[in-house]
Design a protein around this ligand. Sequence first.
Ligand SMILES: Cc1cc2nc3c(=O)[nH]c(=O)nc-3n(C[C@H](O)[C@H](O)[C@H](O)COP(=O)(O)OP(=O)(O)OC[C@H]3O[C@@H](n4cnc5c(N)ncnc54)[C@H](O)[C@@H]3O)c2cc1C
Length: 456
Amino acid sequence: MADLIETLREGLPSEAVVTDPDVMGSYANDMASFCEAGTPAVVVLPRSVEQVQHVMRTATRLRVPVVPQGARTGLSGAANASDGCIVLSLVKMDRILEINPVDRIAVVEPGVVNAVLSRAVMERGLYYPPDPSSWEQCTIGGNIGTASGGLCCVKYGVTAEYVLGLDVVLADGRLLKTGRRTAKGVAGYDLTRLFVGSEGSLGIVVRAVLALKPAPPEQLVLAAEFPSTATASDAICQIMERGHTPSLLELMDRTSVHAVNALANMGLPDTTEALLLAAFDTPDPAADLAAVGELCTAAGATEVVPAEDAAESDLLLQARRLTLPALEAVKGVTMIDDVCVPRSRLAAMIDGTAAIAEKYGLTIGVVAHAGDGNTHPTVCFDASDPDESRRARESFDEIMALGLELGGTITGEHGVGVLKREWLARELGPVGVEMQRGIKQVFDPLGLLNPGKLFA
Ligand SMILES: Cc1cc2nc3c(=O)[nH]c(=O)nc-3n(C[C@H](O)[C@H](O)[C@H](O)COP(=O)(O)OP(=O)(O)OC[C@H]3O[C@@H](n4cnc5c(N)ncnc54)[C@H](O)[C@@H]3O)c2cc1C
């Protein structure tokens, strides 16, 4: 241990090497429940690529595991420390290096906060679409690590669609450059895409070239109340089938609506079974909202209320972004599922989740990036009650089983981490797991990068 700390200090400033147990404790885990977390040997906060390379060379020489971290807002335990590891926090590498309107790219360090980048490019008339609800905290490095999505992905796609090239420090400290900064490029295997969603298990992202879009017109939001999740799901299918391109299509069930009202008194309709939020950032959003409003009414909506202006739209989005914290406040702790199903199976997924909640006697609120079929059934439980905790874990697993049965995936955007590693094998099958383990072996032959994540 003394050797490790001493060697790290040779290539890092003293304030970048943290050994205080209390401070290190705060780096032990991300925001997921039910995920084991170990005690790190040291936390390092490098500010340059060379310093990251020094950390990785040291780790390889001394055979010490490394857990990369962004803002630790992850929901699968993917950033949790393992015993005796080096926690490698990238949050101090937070410079936006370039915004280039001609090439429509931004070049950033991994610790840049998503919202900071979004605002910076917006000032130049550009748009970085991936917008996880945690965007005020989470980092671009973490977004790449988890391949995160967000509210606007129904129209603009997820993080993977925007990462053009990466600089990655490999396990042994070498610097790998992947991808490009051009609009097109097909030279060799797509290693850039491989790193997106790799949860820190293949290398440390130290720089990213991100694609930008021209800033769209301001979006307008519509709220539609439904008497059942089935009628709301029907409206969603209609909207997609008719070729509409909403910039957001989100669903909140009754439990979620109540939780948000209880937390923040947002005045959402308390009597609705399902609240659908649809938005358009098209040249004539009011006309698009009117057309979608008609579809909602035809599907059974009891009330359809288009926002009158951007301020009203923002309020509705704020309410949506508050859903997870609001559900957390119900019982103190939540487990957030992330099952994504084909949109056509959304009603079956949500109704099946309600049946699971009833079977286990639990409150499970469902909020969904409905346009993507990506549901977040959120199990609310009292962690001090062992029986309730057991039922929470069992219901969480049953929801994933239901998702697979409906042709979906166990994770649409939060990743596998520790929480779903047994389930990854079920989804991939033995051949899939063998190929993925082979890739891991190529990049990390000593198994030092984020051990215990992804694979059981
Ligand atoms: C309230 C709330 C709302 C959320 N909403 C969404 C949402 O809408 N959509 C969504 O997709 N997610 C959402 N999340 C989950 C989470 O915010 C995302 O997964 C986010 O991308 C994590 O970023 P982070 O910086 O916190 O990364 P961390 O949690 O610190 O790390 C995530 C993973 O990335 C790896 N990693 C981090 N930095 C690097 C790096 N530089 N190089 C290599 N690997 C690295 C870590 O090892 C880990 O495996 C939400 C979370 C919360 C708490």
